[in-house]
Design a protein around this ligand. Structure first.
Ligand code: ZN
Length: 245
């Protein structure tokens, strides 16, 4: 059994190592993180899929040019995290900048035929407003999806090839994540750590091995064996592999 991790930040660790030879998709959000990620990818061939994005918490337009340069020459497997974060007043003040980098990244994901990894807090209406463009993308991954299963179904109904990724909130009794975990079709689901972030109480960081607890938790919520979650790995490959076309 492998335990694919659809969203992690490998280059943020002092020293990252894979868990049980399982693949990850790692996001980078600066040129420095990207360079470190490329070195790790060489060190662990076949285990690291890469993504570069302009995070809504740092909607710096100059990073759009970095993304474009990377897309042109280095073939990342995905674009993101990209999206909206309206969780705090501080982030909300940046809404215009968030919109600016969002639309730029939507276009680039489309132009280079890459899946898009979405970070979205308190802004699902913004995502729905971009349905027409999202529908044209090969896949859209909602990382740490925090909305309801009904909203997930309606995103799918819009014709978006959407996948919903769940991580440590499943271990933290997050109400919507738990409902999604038992109600969504496995064909729509991915699992993640978002490591080293999204720590639980009293944890210093999220470690790569935490992906195992996420798989175990989903299997127990659905009353199936962990081995029966292999569909999640199939989804991972469908989204991230052979995006270089
Ligand atoms: Zn993240």
């Amino acid at each position: 059994m492998i335990y694919s991790d659809s969203h992690i930040h490998c280059s943020v660790y002092d020293s990252w190592q894979p868990f049980e030879n399982s693949p990850v998709c790692s996001a980078a959000h600066s040129e420095k993180e990207w360079e470190k990620l490329c070195l790790l990818k060489k060190q662990y061939p076949g285990l690291i899929y890469t993504s570069f994005g302009v995070h809504p918490q740092n909607p710096d337009h100059s990073l759009v040019f970095t993304l474009e340069k990377i897309l042109k020459t280095q073939h990342p497997d995905a674009v993101g995290e990209a999206g909206f974060d309206l969780f705090t007043t501080e982030y909300k003040e940046n809404i215009k900048k968030q919109e600016d980098v969002w639309y730029a990244q939507l276009e680039l994901a489309q132009q280079y035929n890459k899946p898009l990894i979405i970070h979205c807090r308190k802004a699902l209406d913004k995502i729905f407003a971009s349905s027409a463009q999202l529908r044209t993308l090969k896949a859209v991954v909602f990382h740490s999806y925090s909305y309801s299963p009904e909203e997930a179904a309606s995103l799918r109904k819009k014709g978006i090839n959407a996948y919903f990724s769940f991580g440590k909130p499943l271990l933290n009794n997050h109400k919507n994540a738990l409902r999604c975990a038992s109600l969504l079709p496995l064909e729509w689901m991915l699992l993640e750590t978002d490591g080293p972030y999204q720590t639980l109480k009293d944890e210093l960081m999220t470690i790569p091995a935490d992906i195992f607890s996420v798989y175990t938790q989903l299997s127990s919520l659905r009353s199936i064996r962990v081995e029966d979650l292999n569909q999640v790995n199939i989804n991972f490959m469908n989204v991230y592999s052979s995006s270089f076309e």
